[in-house]
Design a protein around this ligand. Structure first.
Ligand code: GZL
Length: 317
């Protein structure tokens, strides 16, 4: 059974008032601030902890796994009650997770998964990353309705579970449609700046007139690519269709302006379900499912993106 969580549920907790006094101290190893979505996750995590009266020790890893491993060892040495981690890549965690287990410190994964025995973490709060890619691919299948389309792909951080799984899902969705072909695929590391640079290289290599669509593993890379497409004298959203993932405010704004076509929402509130699961586990011995799945919702030009932009832009992005 997967427990669903939605962004809008978090909207009602944005004005944190400590409703309970908690003596819990929790360490949070965050990847960094590579995207607007990541910044929102950090903001919401701090708000969710404050609302529960939890003491949160925050460590920003600047995108480096070695910094996350060091942070976890520091949290273990401090004897925190639990650890939250958004793991930058999927591999290389077994040893430090075993150290946390040996110290009886439960670990909860946020928004990304790891290739480690599931006994080494309490639960993972993530979306279905493969499904997100499939939704993006199916949107393009429907949009093209059989017409040929040469696709370029901006991948997320190499070796991260979203980059691996979102690629898999998209390829699965287009695999039976020979009119759709991925002609270039390269990492933009989930950032706007790299999304722009790599899209510039795609445009130079292929010729903008030969690119029909962009699939970006997150909105920030898509927003960077939009700038590159404009600078090449083309119309993003029209000459080159654009589908991405996260549903950050700037993606809704781009869709409202006709410069992007679709995005799939990823809630930044992974911490709410994570902290609830930790509270039940620590205080009542309740074992959560190994996966707490958050919802994924497709947004297109059919939605009121201007209104959604206005609502979301105050949510910590
Ligand atoms: C996905 C998450 C990704 C976001 C990006 O669950 O890990 O990391 O889609 C972020 O914006 O960089």
């Amino acid at each position: 059974m997967n427990i669903k969580a939605t962004l809008f549920a978090s909207a009602i907790t944005l004005m944190p008032i400590a409703v309970v006094a908690s003596d819990l101290t929790i360490g949070f190893s965050q990847i960094g601030s590579e995207s607007g979505w990541r910044a929102a996750e950090t903001t919401v995590t701090k708000q969710e902890a404050e609302a529960r009266g939890i003491t949160l020790k925050f460590a920003d890893a600047q995108q480096k796994q070695e910094n996350q491993i060091s942070a976890l060892r520091s949290f273990i040495a401090q004897g925190v009650d639990a650890i939250l981690i958004a793991p930058v890549v999927a591999t290389g965690w077994d040893e430090v997770l075993e150290e946390a287990q040996d110290s009886d410190i439960p670990v909860v994964l946020l928004d990304r998964t790891v290739d480690a025995p599931e006994e080494l973490y309490l639960t993972a709060v993530t979306s279905d990353l493969v499904h997100e890619g499939s939704v993006a691919g199916q949107w393009l299948v429907d949009e093209m309705a059989g017409a040929d389309c040469r696709i370029v792909e901006l991948q997320g951080t190499t070796g991260s579970s979203p980059a691996i799984d979102r690629k898999t899902g998209f390829e699965n969705a287009i695999s039976d449609h020979s009119n759709l072909e991925i002609v270039r695929s390269q990492t933009g590391d989930f950032t706007r700046s790299q999304g722009k640079v790599v899209m510039e290289s795609f445009l130079k290599a292929e010729g903008g007139e030969n690119i029909c669509a962009l699939y970006a593993h997150n909105d920030d890379m898509a927003v960077g690519a939009i700038q590159a497409i404009k600078e090449a004298g083309l119309n993003p959203g029209k000459d080159i269709k654009i589908v991405a993932i996260d549903a950050v405010p700037d993606a809704h704004l781009a869709i409202a302006n006709g410069e992007m076509n679709a995005t799939i929402e990823l809630t930044p509130n992974m911490a709410g379900p994570a902290l609830d699961a930790l509270d039940a586990y620590i205080n009542s011995g309740t074992m959560p499912p190994k996966w707490i799945q958050t919802e994924s919702k497709l947004f297109t030009a059919a939605d009121d993106n201007q209104a959604i932009y206005e609502m979301k832009k105050g949510l910590g992005y």
